[in-house]
Ligand binder design. Structure first.
Ligand code: NAD
Length: 294
């Protein structure tokens, strides 16, 4: 089995590290938060005193951190302490430019690397059913895949350095735009006297069908497991959706892509967050649309 360094033991990282332990790997973790580190320790993760100590003996290092600046700072600090030939995997959701910069740092240090952001949320992290979207060289992907399989059920090689992050933010731009579209249709239907169930029954079997409607329906009733039935508790918090939409807009600006609906979705989620709703599930934006958010 493999010795794995794991840096960033938060809502996602802790259950992911716990699944690596369950798969029989030796996991040496590190987190700035003593409380988060202690929670991971209770799941069998050995806790190192410093990030450098977590990577020193590791064949594979996984990072699960908030944003690009954290990943670049941690990789910049610890790569010099890593074994030559180790594999570094960043599973955080970060901007494509920082992801490519991180690959460059690894290459200079003689370390293989993958960007491997995830979808599936904290539920998927606990259940070990995440989807990993990977960018990097084919041999790095081949080495990383069996490790990622302990934490996920679908592991996709999307292309070279940064391609995993590109796939993640493109997917989440579709999600943000489609959720707002579904919410708008329910709000319009309400004004037209159409019941939620009738609209759901028609649209879920017609050309309006999409995940935001059929799996994550933003009104209570038609899909009993959706956050709408639970006071819009996340789920996937609106603040995280805003983060991903901003990443998509940064990438669109730097690549010269026209994404007008992505841009408007980012504005709407920014207004939703500014109104104090960033901690609600992202489908809760339907409440603001009812009140006239435009
Ligand atoms: P989180 O805030 O719960 O965890 C981040 C952890 O990183 C914290 O424990 C924090 O103390 C630690 N940390 C920050 N800087 C550090 C440093 N320099 N050294 C060591 N530890 C450090 O966040 P999360 O929900 O676990 O998300 C992590 C990443 O996964 C983010 O990029 C997020 O966008 C992405 N993501 C989250 C979800 C979700 O549903 N929560 C879903 C998919 C992707």
């Amino acid at each position: 089995m493999t010795t794995i360094g794991f840096i960033g033991l938060g809502n996602m990282g802790a259950p992911m590290a716990a699944n690596l332990v369950k798969a029989g790997h030796t996991v040496i973790g590190y987190d700035l938060s003593a409380q988060n580190a202690a929670a991971a320790q209770a799941e069998g993760v050995a806790i190192a005193a410093t990030a450098a100590d977590a990577v020193r003996d590791a064949d594979v290092v996984v990072t699960m951190l908030p944003a690009g600046k954290h990943v670049l700072s941690v990789w910049g600090d610890v790569l010099a302490h890593a074994r030559r030939g180790a594999l570094f995997i960043d599973s955080s959701t970060i901007d494509v430019d920082s992801a490519r910069e991180a690959h460059g740092l690894a290459q200079k240090a003689g370390v293989a690397s993958l960007d491997a952001p995830v979808s599936g949320g904290t539920g998927g992290a606990k259940a070990g059913t995440l989807t990993f979207m990977c960018g990097g060289a084919g041999d790095a992907f081949a080495r990383g895949k069996p490790i990622l399989e302990a934490m996920g059920k679908k592991i996709v090689h999307c292309g070279d350095a940064g391609a995993g992050q590109a796939a993640k933010i493109c997917n989440n731009m579709i999600l943000g735009v489609s959720m707002i579209g579904v919410c708008e249709a329910f709000v319009l239907g309400e004004k037209l006297g159409l019941s939620h169930q009738a609209l759901f029954d028609v649209a879920s079997t017609s050309s309006g069908q999409c995940w935001s409607l059929t799996t994550y329906c933003p009104v209570p009733g038609p899909v009993p497991t959706s956050p709408a039935n639970n006071g819009y508790n996340p789920g996937f918090a609106a603040a995280l959706m805003l983060k991903d939409l901003k990443l998509s807009q940064d990438a669109a600006a730097s690549a010269g892509a026209s994404t007008p609906l992505g841009a408007h979705a980012a504005q709407l989620y920014a207004a939703f967050e500014a109104a104090g709703a960033g901690g609600k599930d992202f489908s809760g934006i339907i409440e603001a649309l009812r009140e006239g958010l435009a």
